[in-house]
Design a binder for this molecule. Sequence first.
Ligand SMILES: [Zn+2]
Length: 136
Amino acid sequence: MICPKCKKDNSVKNGHHHGKQRYKCRECRCQFTQEQPRGKNIKTKHWAILLYVNGLSFRAIAKLVGVSHKAVYDWVRTFSLATYEKPTPQGEIVVELDELWHFLKFKKTSSGSGKPTAAPPSNSLTENAKTKTVKP
Ligand SMILES: [Zn+2]
C-alpha cells in the first residue's frame, strides 16, 4: 500500500478503523486507510463531454452516466475553460432602437424618477463589444 504522505510503498497492516483496513507506513510512521477516490474517472468525464459535443443535453448525459446534470455541466465547463479561449467580438455592433427610440423620445421626463428607463443589459453575450446607437 502506497503511503499518501510520503508516497513510498513500505507499509504494513495495522488494525481496522470504521470497518476499513488501517495501514502504517514504515518510512514516516503515519497511519492511513485505503480510500476510494471521489468522483467519476477521467474516461467517464471525457465520454460525457463527447456526448455533449454531439448534441445530447446535460440531463440526458446525466441519466446515461448516473450523475446529476450539474456534475455534467461542471465537467463540460471545466474542460472548455481549460481548453478553449472565450471569443471576443471584433468591431462595432449596430443596434437599432426603432419603437423604443420613439418611446424614449416622447416620454415625459417629469414623471417617475427621472432616470433613464432603458440601458444595455449587463449580462449580454456581446458585453465586450462596442455598441453604436443609430437614430431612425
Ligand atoms: Zn509514509
